[in-house]
Design a protein around this ligand. Structure first.
Ligand code: PHE
Length: 339
């Protein structure tokens, strides 16, 4: 009889139910008056005196086991049917939204791709920058009035007293770092975040992105500069895009220029976007000032170079007709989702 008991015990343990009628079968089979366990109780009287206590105890244990199992199966079933009742299979599925790259990152990737095709390498540098790389090495000593061109966040530094830190106001310091660590020829672009203490308005933000380029080699001339920028803007805004240089000033380039492109909305005829001029300002450029080369130990008699810089927000806003820079950084999904 003990082996019968072990068998029943195993059956009880492994029994599972998925609905009420299976649960009822379990009850009938094991627990009811005519169930197998009750029957075994009836058989106890045929058992020898010596065996009775052990068998009786085991039988009682199995009875409790079966009753416990019944109750827990019943509870489980009640839980799962409750879930079923609240599930409405006729409801349309919840919208599944897929993340995407931020619009500025998209512009950055497009620009980087074009420049890489013509041999420019991407370089990177710190956003918390030493004043030396951001200004001094770029021919902008502290007394130079042109420091006022860029409203700077100066960062208090109690750790390293010899150095002064700023949040970089442009990505030109990456070019200084690259020239200090590498010998020409150099052909690099440095995209990234820059910071200026500007009043936030529809056209100014305290943080934005730049992509700057630098080309240093023997006999690099302004023709090369114009060729590279012209190639880039044709790829970026369309084959009919033309560029022009307007004289300008930057302390680190001589001569310096402002870069304009023909308005891609009206193709240069004059419209609202270009304020009827046919031209749009897209960046700054120039030939690397010999003083910058001296600061990084490159011989200006042997090498020449050009540099340029553009603001990604401006370029992106023009491309998509976005009127307010702030909307780029408010993380409004309804806006970001459109691109
Ligand atoms: N660094 C300049 C700026 O931030 C842009 C620039 C780069 C101009 C290279 C000329 C040459 O305004």
């Amino acid at each position: 009889m003990l082996s019968d008991l072990t068998e029943i015990e195993q059956e009880v343990n492994s029994f599972s139910v998925t609905n009420a009628s299976e649960l009822e079968s379990f009850r009938i089979m094991f627990i009811s008056r005519n169930g197998r366990i009750t029957k075994l109780f009836d058989e106890l009287k045929n058992i020898s005196k010596e065996e009775k206590p052990a068998v009786g105890k085991k039988l009682n244990d199995i009875k409790k086991l079966a009753e416990g199992k019944y109750n827990s199966l019943k509870e489980k079933l009640a839980d799962s049917s409750a879930v079923k009742e609240t599930m409405d299979l006729t409801l349309p599925p919840a919208e599944f939204s897929v993340g995407r790259e931020h619009l500025i990152s998209q512009t950055l990737q497009q620009m980087v791709k074009i420049f890489r095709e013509i041999g420019f390498k991407v370089t990177d540098g710190p956003e918390l920058e030493e004043e030396f790389y951001n200004f001094d090495a770029l021919n902008t000593p502290y007394y130079h009035p042109s420091r006022d061109m860029q409203d700077t966040y100066y960062i208090q530094n109690n750790v390293d007293k010899d150095k002064k830190y700023v949040l970089r106001t442009h990505t030109s310091p990456v070019q200084i770092r690259t020239m200090l660590n590498n010998k020409p020829p150099l052909r690099i672009i440095s995209p990234g975040k820059v910071f200026r203490n500007e009043t936030v308005t529809y056209k100014n933000y305290f943080m934005f992105h730049q992509l700057e380029g630098l080309y240093v080699d023997k006999n690099v001339s302004m023709r090369d500069l114009k060729g590279v920028l012209s190639y880039f803007f044709k790829k970026f805004y369309g084959e009919n895009t033309k560029i022009r240089f307007i004289p300008s000033f930057f302390p680190f380039t001589e001569p310096s220029g402002q870069v304009d492109i023909t308005c891609f909305i009206c193709s240069g005829k004059g419209c609202k976007t270009c304020k009827e001029t046919g031209w749009l300002e897209v960046g700054g450029c120039g030939m690397v000032d010999p003083n910058v080369f001296k600061a990084v130990d490159i011989d200006p008699e042997e090498f020449t170079g050009f540099a340029f810089g553009m603001g990604l927000e401006r370029i992106t806003m023009m491309k998509y007709g976005i009127k307010d820079i702030r909307i780029l950084y408010q993380n409004d999904i309804r806006f970001l989702d459109q691109f």
